[in-house]
Design a protein around this ligand. Structure first.
Ligand SMILES: Nc1ncnc2c1ncn2[C@@H]1O[C@H](COP(=O)(O)OP(=O)(O)OP(=O)(O)O)[C@@H](O)[C@H]1O
Length: 526
């Protein structure tokens, strides 16, 4: 039984120990267990698995629980460890070949799996940094030779090279529904002796956007030192989002370079609809109405001018909504990003504590909408092998447009296995109307027989550039470096050949000028 302890990390303290305790993702757990059972019986076809999906949904927890349930020892290599080719080969490689080294000691139990070592590589989608140089190749080599099970953990499966992916079984984890998060939070509150209402826990769960670790962290932050937790005690905000958006807002409001501001905004995972809310909320904070000193006595014209450009941006957004013409998003983005900077009459220094849109705080609704959108994006990115960013910003609007046609709505929903809430979102309905329910019911039939196949439609529409990108991503770092080196050499050889040719020609010209032609005996022969 867990004991109350105000100093420990609750997310760690309440980490499930067994598969049974893990919330959600039952299909993923089932697949993982089947793979492990295969290891216990014989060498499986795929010696490694990739557990991928959003943060805080139980990927690492599942790997730990699996090791415990299978009686496997676990060796973990985290992103904090230097994962150079040498290190991986030393740690994971030696672990994976251990059995071969001591094969003379082989017992019956070895084949049953009890003496197996589970090698877990965290953040496997992040193997390209300086630290991990050569890591991808080393992992691929280790997987090819291993006699022990290997689990790679990643948020973005497309961040892993194609070579490794082809060696692994891929298991997808998805965000956890808010209502499923609530009991886990309740259990923690009960153990810690904190009285709490369902509404408070639901608020926490919804704000976490399907990330149970984040919900647990927020619970600990809000409940620490309290014996009772009420909904009004919950003051939270999306931490991860905030950090990046704050940096972008500084560039929008205080920057001097339009390109920089546009680039900063371009790297955000925000749609223009969300971004305008951030800018709108913080414009009066950045350009305050009254300012001590001679510059602004009463009304700061930067505010009205700022809102004027935002209203132009909003017009574009309105047109997008109306006509579903998402190309106009780029103009809206430009207006809201470059606009405030352009109309600003002076420079603003000093720290401003930017805040998240008050509409979100009031209702917490947009946040859960964002979680919903992210769930949909995960499904789309898995299906179309695109990044979350492309799914969120391009595929979702594309689907919304296609799904205006009922037949497409049924097919796409069935093929993508959207649940009713996701369907409501994509159909832009307010609730499960009769039409929505009807589409959903029909889509279930398709979902039952059609699961993973990618519709031909999308295969055809896939831009060429992306295919090229995919091919490149199939190369290892060494292959890319070798190709670059080869190209450099070819260039150098070409330049040398050209220079030699030029020199030869010049020499010939000089000779021609200074020497008479062979059949010209003297000047007088002319
Ligand atoms: N499905 C779940 N059921 C119960 N608790 C969970 C679940 N998912 C996450 N948690 C809680 O969140 C913590 C972090 O989970 P975990 O490390 O498994 O996340 P993850 O999916 O591996 O995330 P990341 O991608 O950030 O590594 C756990 O210690 C546990 O408290």
């Amino acid at each position: 039984m867990d004991q109350p302890d105000q100093f420990s990390d609750w997310a760690e303290k309440y980490r499930p120990k067994t598969f049974k305790e893990i919330i959600g993702n039952k299909k993923a757990l089932h697949e993982l267990r089947l793979w492990a059972d295969e290891w216990a019986a014989k060498m499986p076809e795929k010696r490694a698995v990739i557990l991928y999906g959003p943060a805080g949904v139980g990927k690492t927890t599942s790997a730990h629980a699996l090791a415990r349930e299978m009686g496997w020892e676990m060796i973990e290599l985290n992103a904090g460890d230097q994962r150079t080719a040498e290190v991986i080969d030393k740690v994971a490689g030696s672990a994976s070949r251990m059995k071969t080294l001591f094969s003379h000691e082989k017992k019956e139990s070895d084949d049953k799996g009890s003496s197996k070592r589970l090698i877990v590589l965290d953040e496997a989608d992040n193997l390209h940094g300086t630290y991990d140089k050569g890591g991808s190749k080393a992992i691929s080599d280790v997987i090819a030779k291993t006699t022990h099970p290997i689990i790679l953990i990643a948020n973005d499966v497309y961040g892993i090279t194609q070579t490794i992916r082809s060696q692994c079984l891929e298991i997808s984890f998805s965000s956890i529904q808010s209502r499923s998060i609530v009991p886990a939070l309740k259990r923690a509150c009960d153990t810690e002796g904190i009285a709490c209402g369902e509404d408070a826990l639901l608020k926490l769960a919804e704000n976490a956007g399907g990330d149970l670790r984040s919900a647990m962290n927020d619970l600990q932050a809000c409940a620490s030192g309290k014996s009772e937790l009420k909904a009004e005690d919950i003051v939270i905000s999306g931490r991860d989002v905030k950090e990046t958006i704050f940096k972008a807002l500084v560039k929008v409001f205080k920057g001097k370079n339009r390109r920089e501001a546009l680039d900063a905004v371009g790297t955000l995972d925000e749609t223009p609809e969300d971004l305008i809310m951030w800018i709108d909320e913080n414009l009066p904070l950045q350009f305050p109405d009254e300012k001590k000193g001679p510059v602004f006595e009463k009304v700061n014209p930067d505010i009205s001018n700022g809102y004027a450009v935002l209203s132009r941006a909003d017009l574009y957004l309105g047109r997008v909504r109306l006509r579903q013409n998402y190309r106009l998003w780029r103009y809206a983005n430009f207006m809201m990003t470059v606009g405030p900077m352009s109309v600003r009459s002076g420079e603003y220094s000093g720290f401003i504590k930017y805040s998240s849109p008050s509409g979100w705080k009031r209702m917490g609704q947009a946040k859960s909408m964002r979680a919903m959108r992210d769930n949909i994006a995960v499904k789309m990115s898995v299906r179309h092998k695109d990044s979350m960013r492309v799914s969120r910003n391009e595929l979702i609007p594309y689907y919304m447009r296609l799904m205006e046609n009922e037949e497409y709505a049924v097919n796409l929903s069935g093929e993508s296995d959207f649940d009713l809430d996701e369907l409501i979102y994509l159909l832009q309905a307010k609730s499960a109307t009769k039409t929505v329910q009807n589409i959903y019911d029909k889509s279930r039939v398709i979902a039952a027989k059609h699961h993973s196949a990618e519709p031909e439609f999308f295969k055809e529409k896939r831009p060429r550039k992306e295919k090229e990108k995919e091919d490149k991503s199939q190369m290892t770092i060494e292959e890319i470096a070798a190709a670059a080196e080869k190209k450099k050499q070819q260039e150098a050889e070409k330049q040398k050949a050209e220079a030699d040719e030029k020199a030869k020609k010049e020499k010939a010209d000089r000779t021609e000028k200074s020497e008479p032609p062979k059949n010209q005996k003297s000047l007088f022969d002319f």
